[in-house]
Design a protein around this ligand. Sequence first.
Ligand code: ADP
Ligand code: MG
Ligand code: ZN
Length: 480
Amino acid sequence: MSRYVPDIGFEVHAQLVTRTKLFCSCPNEVGGEPNTRVCPVCLGLPGALPVLNASALDLAILTALAVGGGMADVTRFARKNYFYPDLPKGYQITQYARPVATGGRFEPPGGPPVRIRRVHLEEDAGKTVHGPPGSPSLVDMNRSGVPLVEIVTEPDIHSVEAAGDFLKALSRALVFLGVATGRMHEGSIRFDTNVSLRTPDADGRGTQTEIKNLNSFRAVSRALVFEIERQTDVLERGGRVRHATLAWDEAQDRAVAMRSKEEESDYRYFPDPDLGPFQLAPERVERLRSHMPELPARAAERLRTAHCLTDEQIEVIAADPHVLSLFDRAARALDRPDAGAVLANWVVGPVIALAHERGVGLEELPEALLTPGKLAAVVRARYDGVVSEPAARVLLKAAAESSESVDELIERLGLTGVDDDDLRRTVERIVESHPEEAARWRAGERKLLKHFVGLVMRETGGRADPRRAAELLESALEAG
Ligand code: ADP
Ligand code: MG
Ligand code: ZN
């Protein structure tokens, strides 16, 4: 155990899901041929005038509502002045004195709440692409002007593990809100972290360093472990931590010095004369509040109380808004109030497995693979005992492939259960034709029952109910 307590804070940047960029009508999409999604505004050409994208502002308001932020009456943009090759206009448009919201808190499930300092909008910069040593670096401006929402926390987190829990829960909430895609490998959500150390009884906090450029939960956790160790080492030797900005080098698994800490005054912030101010009308905020999508914590609670799902089922279904929506729509179509947990088993198991097998993303699952109505029909056929468990699995795959209705498929594939008298005759025939195994079962080798059930299932083409087959087998074996 270390003698020091870490204080950890985050700046979370999420790329907003909008059709166009923040201040121009260029498409807001990831990737593409370099410098093809650009215009005078996002290239920063002199004289070009930015126009605020209203849906980006709505998504920032939605984010602020989700963390209970105090909404500004008037919000405005500022210029943050610095030079970098991927920022040719010499300043980033961000928010400074008048962010969309200030204050708030976010509570990860089971974790302590973290205070939120502010929520604001800003534009992303372009991307510098470094070639092999000796070759020139190139700039791709497709990302320039992409809308970001930034959420700044207070340094209320005190362990690497709690930091991960917090970021995962917050990111998940942003995806449920429809604010971000959550595709981390595309840079959908990115983090800067600030960390300092102090002794448990210290009055104030220690001096923090900031680590930028963290694109995954894993990178955040590796970076914090690295930096906490480094600061511990400095303090143990009687040294002082210097206020600095570091960049995380994923490949080398270490933080490298970027620059000594800049001061706010270095950026010469001033209100952007080309934009705003913008009124946040209470009606606008209320309209967004009343249409706010369900957040993961609320969804988990609902699945527990309304459908009695287990923690394991909830963990999968409430992890992804697309899976949740498939479950909810199928549950409504299923029309069997007690079958929620049965449906959940199908979603968590065979349905997700099928999507992976076919290479279908969870977001396109209902359109590409299985409508909620079809899923409900398969589960209903099983729940009502129309088909056996193995037959229902066959049915699910068939339903995903065919445009026929589930009822038609049951008919055409002959998946209805086997008539009980037929099944009894089949069982007796099988027991008679395997006298040696039957004798071993009677002598106590009970695990042979499984073997017999397998034979019955093969004989009936998977249509028999294995549980009923086992029952009939046991009495036939005993009688024999
Ligand atoms: P700075 O002005 O140095 O950038 P701020 O006070 O603006 O610092 O805070 C920026 C981020 O750093 C916030 O996320 C905040 O939670 C975090 N932070 C501030 N002070 C500390 C500290 N002593 N230790 C760890 N994190 C801190
Ligand atoms: Mg800062
Ligand atoms: Zn543009």
